[in-house]
Design a protein around this ligand. Structure first.
Ligand code: B12
Length: 353
């Protein structure tokens, strides 16, 4: 009989990983599987949602980066222990699948979850881990000739790298499956970038692989019309100047900023640079929602660290002035400002309750 992961199990697991209790967390996950919870469900219904929750706790400044790192390390050990204990029962012989995070993408655990689930489903999986440089991935593909390459992207700022890999793998005749939260809602930006197939979750992905790959010879990429101009490249090059202009403006409005320690300045510059990076990613896939969703997230991150959300409006103003000759960027920044205004309105969130 199969059993399911309960909300109480998730609470207990969160407490264990939050304590960095490696042995306890591993024993807990293995015991769930022994009680009849399918190992795949332990990964998808216990480990994955807990990791997402850890991300929220970090974003809301309730957990430090150190606590997140320690907890993630424990989850990695849990995945390894489950994979070692539960080997695929039958060699379904579906084929060879290479999975890797795109260049600059350090979130290896999401891809690892997918890798183990695909292995349990009968794939001969080669898991290449975090941030695989594009040329190295392609030469690996040439050498090993897998049936499919599954690329993982967790942060949208890595979509340009994802696109390069998708095109190069297809040029080498290897079909590409794209997945991970960085590809957006229902992995729609993966579709835009021309992946042969996309999947939002690891569970959906293995179902899709089962029905897709037997017919792969006749498969075609789901490519939508993707015409990218150079705006994202030109603006990415101007990132340091944009950050400097925003820092200047902010120091005039908030004299306290002039007294910041080097570390505080660095953190502020990082945030300002990140705004530019997400703007560029949104321009690349030509979808303002990428930028507005990022701003929703940034609002939470800054507010829980005592930075008034109105600061972001000021930065958007500066970027809009600096980028007056980039029409698409102007439109994305304007969409961002509208979203900020909505979030600040009584109906939008901050005024509530
Ligand atoms: C742990 C963690 C890290 C670790 C990763 C370590 C590791 N070994 O993986 C480290 C410290 C490296 C890290 C770094 C950063 N992180 Co981080 N991180 C996380 C965290 C908390 C958990 C990641 C995880 O394990 N997820 C597991 C599950 C939950 O991921 P999942 O996407 O749901 O995976 C499923 C599907 O997407 C799918 N899938 C995934 N890959 C693939 C691939 C294929 C082919 C397929 C088919 C399916 C598939 O299958 C999975 C199971 O269904 C997430 C929170 C989150 N929600 O994921 C933040 C999170 C992703 N990180 C975030 C951020 C901001 C960062 C940093 C920018 C922080 C910083 N200031 O430097 C850097 C970016 C580094 C980089 N360039 O890659 C943000 C991203 C926000 C945004 N706006 O996009 C998040 C969402 C946290 C948050 N709530 O704010 N991070």
């Amino acid at each position: 009989m199969t059993a399911a992961v309960s909300p109480a199990d998730r609470e207990q697991y969160l407490a264990l990983v939050g304590d960095g209790a490696q042995a306890g967390a591993v024993d807990f996950a293995l015991a769930l599987a022994e009680r009849g919870v399918p190992p795949r469900a332990v990964l998808l219904d216990l480990v994955a949602p807990t990791q997402a929750r850890i991300g929220d706790l970090w974003a809301r400044n309730e957990w430090s980066v150190a606590q997140e790192h320690a907890a993630t390390h424990v989850s990695e050990q849990v995945v390894a222990a489950l994979a070692a204990r539960h080997r695929p029962q039958t060699a379904a012989g579906r084929g060879v699948l290479v999975t890797a995070c795109v260049d600059g993408e350090w979130h290896a655990l999401p891809a690892r979850l997918f890798a183990e689930i695909a292995r349990w489903d009968g794939w001969d999986v080669r898991f290449l881990g975090a941030s695989v440089p594009g040329p190295h991935l392609i030469s690996y593909l040439h050498r090993h000739g897998p049936d499919v390459v599954a690329v993982s992207c967790s942060v949208p700022t890595r979509l340009v790298a994802a696109h390069r890999v998708i095109e190069a793998a297809q040029a080498a005749g290897i079909p590409v499956l794209a997945g991970g939260r960085g590809f957006g809602p229902a992995a729609r930006w993966g579709r835009k970038l021309g992946a042969d197939r996309v999947a939002a979750g690891a569970g959906d992905a293995v179902e899709l692989l089962r029905s897709w790959l037997p017919a792969i010879a006749g498969s075609h990429p789901l490519r939508e019309s993707f015409v990218s101009d150079d705006e994202h490249i030109l603006i990415a090059k101007r990132n340091p100047q944009l950050v400097a202009a925003a820092m200047d403006d902010l120091s005039q409005r908030f004299p306290a900023l002039r007294g910041y320690t080097p570390l505080q300045r660095e953190a502020t510059e990082f945030d300002l640079g990140q705004i530019v990076e997400f703007l560029c990613a949104g321009l690349f896939v030509d979808d303002p929602e990428l930028f507005t969703t990022f701003l929703d997230w940034l609002r939470i991150v800054l507010a829980t660290r005592g930075v008034p959300p109105s600061t972001v409006d000021l930065v958007l103003d500066v970027y809009e002035q600096q980028l007056y000759d980039f029409p698409r960027a102007g439109a994305h920044l304007a969409a961002g400002r509208r979203r900020q205004a909505l979030a600040a309105s009584p109906a939008g969130g901050e005024g509530r309750g």
